[in-house]
Design a protein. Structure first.
Length: 57
């Protein structure tokens, strides 16, 4: 059996269907009454180093 036939068979068993959209999350938020709309403005400081000194007041 060739590698192409093996891959074809595996893909039929486990199709690669990934939904990367935000539609399900938006639907959930809508059902919850859009609680994110009542949050204050948020700044997310991300990274490996320097977060503490960056946000220190």
């Amino acid at each position: 059996m060739s590698i192409d036939r093996i891959l074809e068979r595996l893909l039929r068993l486990h199709p690669k269907l990934i939904d990367l959209s935000l539609s399900r999350l938006k639907k959930l938020l809508r059902r919850l009454g859009n609680p994110e709309e009542n949050l204050p403005p948020i700044i997310h400081v991300a990274g490996t180093n320097g977060k503490g000194s960056t946000v220190a007041t």
